[in-house]
Design a protein around this ligand. Sequence first.
Ligand code: ZN
Length: 294
Amino acid sequence: MDETRLLQKLMGDPKLKTRVKVENLLLVHLGLRQCSQTVLPVDLPNAEGMGSTIDRRMAPKMIQIQRVTDPRRKLAAIASLKKEMRTAYDKVVRASDQYKGLLSWARDLRLRTRLADVRPTVQELYLFKEGRVGGRLKGLMKSRQKIRARVYASAKPGMERIRLAYPEEFEGSWLREMGEMLGYPGCCVEAYVSDREREFNVEERAARQLAEAEQLGNMDPLAYYVGYFFPCTPDCEQAASRGRECLESLADLDPSLGELYSTLVAGNLENVRLQPEVIARYRARVEGGPEVRP
Ligand SMILES: [Zn+2]
């Protein structure tokens, strides 16, 4: 199939979110990003349905565990819950047409893949072209395991669960390497790391900067060139120039792709504005439920 037909087919496929098609598949395929990260099942169109199916399957077991008081029995029960969660995840997410469709598109676009376990019901799929990226990713995933093991071993009662769930998010050297892997500008990665290390809330910082910049008119939507990325400032020249490069290349390929990308960028910006609320809801859920470490 020629490239134009292949792209038309990709854009018409209902099994993927538009953002994943453009930012995670197409931009890597075109060499505009060296690597993308797709979070499963969140980045699939039916993520909510999948999540609630898994929750429903796990609910009876969750209730049982909350009733266990003996610490040793509780540990054993949690270990078996984790196993069942992974089985449910495999049956609901990895067996789905949406997940299989994503992998099949990676193949058709000649992208390499690497899957990483994050939690029993969350995985990350990395897409890239060069073999050396896979090697570095493998190293990063190993060091994430080490960071987690270290933090769990020294965990104290009353520690925030979000720090236990994602301890690598508070580790500068790991964040720097992951930022570089995903091709983020150095200035933006440094701002992110410095916030995390000082325990400042990155999401609130980014949302506040955006609100201020919109009032003053000094912002560039293209600085929000991919999703889940926080520019150091809403007019960061390095981030915006990446956005411009993506926009121009996509528009050259097909003007409608350029327009589509502009709407995605506007959506990314909107997500940064809403992110503090999303995080607050997530925290409330994590802090409220039983503790399940990956
Ligand atoms: Zn920057």
